[in-house]
Design a protein around this ligand. Structure first.
Ligand SMILES: [Zn+2]
Length: 239
């Protein structure tokens, strides 16, 4: 599933992540993880409420003003079940194309799509779009000094990655623009495709923004947990 038409005999483990950009002035959360209801329904192994994990590194309702939603699959947007209440000062950033597809397009309710999203979360996102809690982004946008949202479609219609200026150079939280790091080095997307041509162009776009491909972080690679320094239970430092 994670590599297009390759490795049918291989077994691969996936982890489910959220990311935090710890800046000088603010914490920005990237993705909300899976909702507690959906996690139970899907029997996710070793699930922890992402809101609780964030408190382990001092990220809580008092100090978050921005939450970026990369795309509206259950494992990235489902936590919207808890996040608006847990982070009352936060605004949520989502691409217009992604919002429109999941909340307005009837195709999103058909088999290839409905199984990978969280209907409860999507209804909440649709209602937030009517309020000032949701910032609807249309294309690339700088949202803070050194932080830029990058439209990177392919996996979904309006997936956004996040470019971050770090001490090591420009890094990118790519989310599911690749499920594992090998997708970037071997130039292979996953089997979860909305538009494969757009996807290949998104690879080019993200790669052109970093000095080193190791600074692009994929959505589900176990290496992000095993190969980086641990700073709290279930939490590693990537850059
Ligand atoms: Zn995912």
């Amino acid at each position: 599933m994670v590599l297009w038409n390759e490795g049918w005999n291989e077994t691969i483990e996936r982890n489910y992540y959220i990311w935090v950009i710890k800046g000088k002035n603010e914490n920005i959360i990237v993705d909300t993880g899976t909702g507690i209801t959906e996690a139970k329904k899907r029997k996710l192994k070793e699930y922890v409420n992402p809101v609780d994990v964030l408190t382990r590194i001092g990220v809580n309702g008092t100090n978050v003003k921005k939450v970026i939603i990369t795309h509206v699959h259950f494992d990235h947007a489902g936590g919207i079940e808890m996040f608006p209440d847990a982070f009352p000062k936060a605004k949520f950033y989502l691409q217009k194309m992604e919002l429109d597809f999941w909340t307005k397009d009837p195709v999103a309710k058909r088999a290839p799509f409905r199984g990978i999203t969280d209907a409860r979360a999507n209804r909440k996102i649709a209602s937030m779009a009517e309020s000032d809690r949701l910032v609807i982004v249309d294309g690339d946008m700088k949202i803070a000094p050194g932080i830029e949202l990058l439209l990177a479609p392919g996996h979904t219609t309006g997936l956004q990655a996040v470019a971050v200026n770090t001490e090591k150079g420009s890094a990118i939280v790519a989310s599911d623009c690749a499920h594992i790091a090998r997708s970037f080095t071997d130039d292979i997307p996953s089997c979860f495709i909305t538009d494969i041509i757009a996807w290949m162009k998104s690879y080019d776009k993200l790669k052109s923004k970093v000095s080193n491909v190791d600074l692009i972080f994929p959505g589900h690679d176990v290496k992000m947990l095993t190969d980086y320094p641990k700073i709290a239970e279930d939490v590693t430092r990537l850059v």
